[in-house]
Ligand binder design. Sequence first.
Ligand SMILES: Nc1ncnc2c1ncn2[C@@H]1O[C@H](COP(=O)(O)OP(=O)(O)OP(=O)(O)O)[C@@H](O)[C@H]1O
Length: 281
Amino acid sequence: MSFLQSLTDRERVFDFLIPASSPVDVRHGPILYLEDVTVSFDGFKAINDLNLTIDDGELRCIIGPNGAGKTTMMDIITGKTRPDRGSVWFGSRHNLLAMNEPDIASLGIGRKFQKPTVFEALTVFENLELAMAADKRILPTLTARMTGETRDRIEEVLVTIGLTELRQRPAGILSHGQKQWLEIGMLLMQRPRLLLVDEPVAGMTEQEMERTAELLTGLAGKGKQSVVVVEHDMGFVRSIARTVTVLHQGSVLAEGSMDQVSNDPKVVEVYLGADPDEEAA
Ligand SMILES: Nc1ncnc2c1ncn2[C@@H]1O[C@H](COP(=O)(O)OP(=O)(O)OP(=O)(O)O)[C@@H](O)[C@H]1O
């Protein structure tokens, strides 16, 4: 590629645009890489030689029966649980096993737990504002200049999560689904590189599930976020999944398209049963 062509290459991230504190080399390769990771609790291997690679901009669904190790895997990525052995890398530069939880979060790894934890007495707008204020990377001296930028970012996020109309309403009046979207929005305020989302559609109406599918598929993409979704609802997984990883007994049992994994006899045997859509949560 010529220099002139490279200037117009929208995928290209110029070195000088990557802040000094920038977390990851987002220009190529996998964004998350787990190799031979094992963790035991009282001698029981919850994660057993786990290998997993997530590409930049990918939307990956992780499924698996209860106790397969999905939550433990997320805990390892975010630094909450230390594995006994193995390696976990974010981009090509960051050894996550050498970092603590806050440092991992500040690299741009955001986690959304199953239950929404928005501040109910604050407005939707204020919740987003607070999420930005929690970003320790913003220097106090830049605050005045950041205010306008923060407002713009909030507007942008409100559109993404579909809550523009409700911006001045207290978060307490939102439906369950809307609270989940607001919480995803709060993570987006910090422009994460990787979002880990735990059972996003549990307790949602059909309509909310459809909207969540649109939201998550829209978030993933090159130059945007990579999204890892752990979900039990097979209908939902089918509606968003490109690549599905099936965990079983702490290892990857199968990986591929939803059709590939749901026709894999190993998966049928341990998890999906005869009809994947009838899988119990
Ligand atoms: N802190 C812990 N101490 C002891 N055992 C644990 C601990 N955390 C997880 N485990 C065990 O490790 C295994 C994997 O649990 P994990 O919660 O990761 O599974 P999961 O796939 O997320 O399950 P679910 O779908 O039910 O949430 C389970 O057998 C669980 O009981």
